[in-house]
Design a protein around this ligand. Structure first.
Ligand code: HAM
Length: 444
């Protein structure tokens, strides 16, 4: 009896992996559409690489000593004993695919974008999940600072479209070529020699192989030491320095503000020259909404011909969190355009045909045909966040007019009743109209 009545424990999702519920899907879909639109505009084509790759794809590209490879990958053996890993980021798979599919024979540069889930066994916290979505762009096959600028501009435009450009700032640095970086790492190792005791456990381990990461450690003591450490600029080769100056010139030309950050190094090993991140102004580097840079040596390292490349990826959840904080409203096909409010029996009689006419004209309209007061009706109009409200009261009925109120500007105008539909159609603009043609409905 006790056994039969025992309530089964409901399942929970694994820690750090989340459902995307319908409310969030509106945001997801909007971000995806903005990314797709901007990508198409600039000539990027979409690529989807598998969720699983052979583990070595990530080991060799991101680097064995990076945090991602050393402690954050979901790695397992398949039934034949091969080591597979769920992709923790997008660039390595794209580069594998570029080489495997002979994309160096395509017109260069090859410009690709993706919108995909990624997996890192990170410590779950605000803005840090074990499954998260990224959109990313890769330009492979050409080296010019103008391409780096184009990519940064693209990321900035997307931030603008999504309403998060004001809440982030662009951090920019150059980490030079592999040769100048090796010299700089040696200088860092010399600087840290004898100071090991002041470093956190992670940094002690990073010192030999992942020295650059000591510069962006968040621990207090490590930070203080990093402040006084040698800076890359003093070890930079001439070519990288010129490349960086040119890039800054382009960014200034297109009016993109940036913060020069000599300690920005990124957490993946494949970068050379340009590195950048968009930091959330409230959380700083803890919650970068996106980052990227140039990876001129990666294609060769992965078995291809020496090929320059630059790329960028952003975290969709972090962007959505910012959009919500900024109260950005996502446009939806279900949005209403017009609300018709009325006062009095006569006015209500005028409403019904007006609503029908607006529907026929493709204007998504709702009317308050119940008994609510005018204030109550306006409250509903506000709730539905319509663009315009049409008000018909006793005076308007007598004079054969209606009031059209622009809800965002709070301005209103009186219009002849027989001109209301035309006026609203004009105000809304052709693009917003949703005309119903039964034959076409199937394909819409
Ligand atoms: P990343 O900086 O490792 O770069 O990741 C890019 C963005 O993904 C981050 O700025 C962040 O918004 C988001 N992200 C990373 N980890 C998490 C997490 N655990 N939870 C939520 N969001 C996260 C890359 O992945 C490079 N592949 C970017 C790139 C493309 N470089 C060249 N091409």
């Amino acid at each position: 009896m006790a056994e039969e009545n025992r309530k089964l424990e409901p399942f929970q999702n694994p820690k750090g992996l989340h459902d995307i519920l319908p409310g969030d899907h509106e945001f997801h879909t909007f971000v995806k559409k903005v990314v797709r639109h901007r990508a198409r505009q600039a000539g990027f084509r979409r690529i989807t690489t598998p969720v699983l790759e052979y583990t070595d794809v990530f080991k060799r590209s991101i680097g064995e000593s990076s945090d991602i490879v050393s402690k954050e990958m979901y790695t397992f053996q398949d039934r034949k004993g091969r080591s597979l890993t769920m992709k923790p980021e997008g660039t390595a798979g794209v580069v594998r695919s570029y080489i495997q599919n002979g994309m160096n024979q395509w017109p260069q540069p090859v410009m690709l974008y993706y919108f995909e889930p990624h997996f890192r066994y990170d410590r779950p916290q605000k803005g840090r999940y074990r499954q998260f979505w990224q959109y990313g762009f890769e330009i492979i096959g050409e080296s010019d600072p103008a391409l780096d600028a184009q990519l940064i501009l693209l990321a900035h435009r997307i931030n603008q479209d999504l309403g998060v450009d004001k809440v982030v700032n662009l951090q920019l640095n150059t980490i030079g070529t592999a040769e100048s970086r090796a010299k700089y790492m040696q200088a860092l190792q010399d600087y840290y020699a004898g100071k090991e005791r002041s470093l956190c456990e992670d940094c002690k381990a990073r010192l030999a192989k992942n020295t650059l990461r000591l510069l962006d450690c968040k621990q207090e003591d490590c930070r203080i030491l990093a402040e006084l450490a040698p800076v890359m600029k003093d070890y930079l080769d001439k070519e990288s320095a010129e490349f960086h100056e040119e890039l800054k010139g382009y960014l200034e030309e297109v009016g993109i503000e940036f913060v020069e950050n000599p300690r920005l190094v990124r957490g993946l090993d494949y970068y050379s020259k340009t590195v950048f991140e968009f930091w959330d102004k409230t959380d700083g580097e803890q919650n970068a909404i996106g980052g990227g840079g140039r990876y001129d040596g990666l294609i060769e390292l992965m078995g291809g011909q020496p090929t320059p490349a630059v790329g960028f990826a952003a975290g969709v959840e972090r962007i959505i969190a910012n959009m919500k904080r900024e109260k950005i409203r996502v446009p939806s096909k279900d949005d209403l355009h017009v609300f018709v409010a009325q006062l009095g029996k006569e006015a209500k009689r005028k409403c019904l045909p007006l609503i029908q006419e607006l529907h026929e004209a493709g204007v998504k309209t709702m009317g308050a045909l119940g008994k609510g007061s005018i204030n109550e009706q306006l409250r509903i109009a506000n709730k539905f966040r319509v663009d315009y409200t049409v008000l018909i009261g006793i005076t308007e009925v007598r004079e054969g007019t209606a009031i059209i109120r622009d809800m965002s500007k709070g301005q209103q105008q009186t219009v002849k009743m027989n001109k209301v539909v035309d006026k609203l159609v004009k105000l809304l603009g052709e693009k917003k109209l949703d005309r119903y043609t039964p034959g076409e409905l199937l394909y819409s």
